[in-house]
Design a protein around this ligand. Sequence first.
Ligand SMILES: C[S@@+](CC[C@H](N)C(=O)[O-])C[C@H]1O[C@@H](n2cnc3c(N)ncnc32)[C@H](O)[C@@H]1O
Ligand code: SF4
Length: 417
Amino acid sequence: MGTTDSSDGAPPLTLPLTRVPPSPRARGEGRGEGRREPLAVYIHWPFCRSKCPYCDFNSHVRARVDTARWRRALVADLEHEAALAPEREVVSVFFGGGTPSLMPPETAAALLERVRALWPVSPSLEVTLEANPNSAEAERFRAFAAAGVNRLSLGVQSLDPAGLRLLGRAHDRDEAVTAIARARAVFPRFSFDLIYARPGQTVALWRRELDEALSLAGEHLSLYQLTIEPGTAFARLAARGALAVPDEDEAALLYETTQERLTAAGLPAYEISNHARPGAECRHNLAYWRYEDYVGIGPGAHGRLTRAGVKHAAERYRAPEQWLKAVEETGAGVTARTALDRDTTVAEMLMMGLRLGEGIARRRLEQAAGHSLEALFGTRLDALVEGGFLEIDAERIAATAAGRQRLNAVLAALLPS
Ligand SMILES: C[S@@+](CC[C@H](N)C(=O)[O-])C[C@H]1O[C@@H](n2cnc3c(N)ncnc32)[C@H](O)[C@@H]1O
Ligand code: SF4
């Protein structure tokens, strides 16, 4: 794998395949006279029932969580960010984790009430909650809907009992199927996540699991290739040869199977790992990938906010207890706010936007760079276009399907360090 035809007889550009991990957490641009700038709000709940062996998200297991204290701190952190981002219209709120379905629904209600008091919100506000399919959590879906959540993202991970055991999940297959049915009954929009390219998974087995997933799915599915993240239990197992994941070629076949099957079912990929019926894309994640503005609340949450025409990055304490202490002592969990220079802004816009099928509006990229695409990248662009990895027209620059499959290599070719 990894080669493409070259039309002019020159040696084809070869780029290695890469596993692109789930997108990091979320970005604004002028919308014309009289319109408020859109803003997305990310709220992090860092606690889980148990730690999954593949996961390197900011997620922690605690015997007890003082939920009243956490609610006060999250509200304070939110109010602090709101003071820096006035005159916006909130288009999306995303409760991510960790496992935010473990949060009391009253906490979600209190935070949503504060969002509405602090900003005008879009009439089509999307409010997503990430949930695990454990039965105890599924019983609370109605309470979350009553709190204002209108989109559920369920971490199913596998519909195969052996797959769930391998991934060390705290739920079984029946709980997953029941939680999907309940999500469909309770929320106007829902999605679920699966992880593929698991040890021992063949194309035939994955195809069967995908077919079942499609029979249960609504209008959105997130399908991630298993990534062995440094520092996880899976990384330790893999280092001593006790975990054999599919090799590059096998993983590429599984990826291609996924694309074919989902496109045929009317849920094409709008991003490397995210599939939706057109119009059912996740508004919040689109804000990250389109490099629009967002604020991040809670431990480890990142923000990107345009102030006086310059994109600013905000970072927060990652350890839950450190973040909590900082909010209680100073009113916010922020560790750093940095004005991003031009090169960093362009690099981030590319890293995010080339994940999307729609790519990046050429005008926005050129505006951020202060140069034309040709002046910015020179002949590096030609090689990537001729190799079949990038497409460029008067409006947009986008990675092709082959380019998205090797995105790290495309970015390395565009942005030599
Ligand atoms: C914040 S996580 C989990 C949300 C929720 N706590 C859960 O586990 O269902 C979001 C998604 O990232 C995916 N994910 C996490 N770690 C991964 C990894 N190492 N490789 C592939 N996908 C991963 C999983 O599909 C997961 O549902
Ligand atoms: S995958 Fe989800 S449930 Fe598992 S540790 Fe990570 S955030 Fe928690």
